[in-house]
Design a protein around this ligand. Sequence first.
Ligand code: MG
Length: 389
Amino acid sequence: MESEIRSAAKLPAGIAVLGDDGEELTQRAYGEPPHPYRTAFARDGARILHARAFRRLAGKTQVFTRRPGDPPADHFRSRLTHTLEVTQIARTLAGTLGLNTEMAEALALVHDIGHPPYGHAGEKALDQCLRGFGLRFDHNLHALRIVTWFEERYAGFRGLNLTLGVREGIVKHSKDYSAKEHPELSGYFLDEFPPLEAQLIDLADEIAYLTADLDDGLDSGILTLEQVREGVPLFRGFHDNVVREYPGSGEKTSTYEALMGVLNALVTDLLNEVSAGVAAIGATTLEDVRRAPKRLVALGLEMEAARAAAKVFLFDNLYNSPGMEESHQHAAKVVEELFAALMAHPGMLPEDHREEIPTQGLARTVADYIAGMTDSFIEQAWERSSVKE
Ligand code: MG
C-alpha cells in the first residue's frame, strides 16, 4: 500500500529544486565557496539549527504551557517541538514526492523562528502596539530579518547568509506579498509561486498543529474525548475504528491511535492531491510550478473541508476557550506594558538593540527586542520594567 502511494506520488524530476552549487536558488548574498561534502540547503538547515533564535523556540509557547490554574507542565508542545514535528512531516512529504528534502527541512526548521513569546496572543499584542505607530508585526518578515541581520555568528557578514531559495521560502511559505506594499521583497520573485518545497511547509504546519493541539488539548483536560468525537468527525471516524479493533484499549492509546490515523490520512490526501494537481496542468518543471494558475500544494476538497471544520472546532473550544482567556489577557498586558515602558525609557534596551534605533526607529526596535524574548525572559523583563517605572 505504502509503495503504491510512493510511486504514484513521485513528481516529474524537473519540478524539484536541484540545489546544486551555482544554481540561482543556492546563491547567497555574500559569496561563499561550496562546501566539500554538504549541499547548500543542508548547510542552511544546519545554520538554522545552530542559531540562537532557534534555541529560543524551546522557551516560547505554542498554544499553552499549563492547564488553567496549574503550574507549567513540561510535555505540552513548545514552538521548538512543534517545529520538529513540522520538519518530520515536511521531510516525508518532500521525500515521497521526489522533491528536495534538504530544502524542505531547512524551511520547516525556520518556519516559526520569527514568532514572539506567548504564542498567538503575544503576536497579536505586539502587532497592536506597533499599529499605534503606523507599523505592523509580521512573523514571516521578522524571520527574514532574523536570518539576514539579527543572528551574529560569522566574521564575514551579519545574519546566516542563507541561500536565495530558503529566503524566498521564508517570505512565501504561507502567504503572497505584493511588490507594491513590500518593495523591500522585490528580489524574491513576488509575481511567481514558490517551489513546492516551500509551498508544502504551510500544509505540513497545519497538519502538525491540528493533530498536536487536539492531543495537548485532551491531555490538558481543556478538551474532553466526547467533545472531540462530537466536534471533529474526521477524528471520530478513526477513533471508532480503533475502538472496534482494540475494544480493550484505554482512552489515551485509543486517542493517540486515532490522531495518528488523522495525521496519516491528511498526509496521504495531500500527496495524492499534489500529484493530481501537477498532472492536471501538465507541469514538468519548476518554472511550470512558479507560473501555475494557483498554488499546487493543497488538500482535496473533502479533506480540506474536514481540516477546516477541525480548525474551527479548535478555535471555539481550545484557542478561544474561556479557560485560556486569563493567560491571553496576561500575555497582552505584559507585552503592552513592557512595550510602553521601553518606548518611554529606551535606555533600558540592551546596547546592541539601542544601536538599531537610528535606522529602524524606536517602535520597531522595541518590537524586535520583545519578539526575540522567550516567555520566561519577558516575564522577568516586565517585572524589572514595572519596578523602574
Ligand atoms: Mg508553525
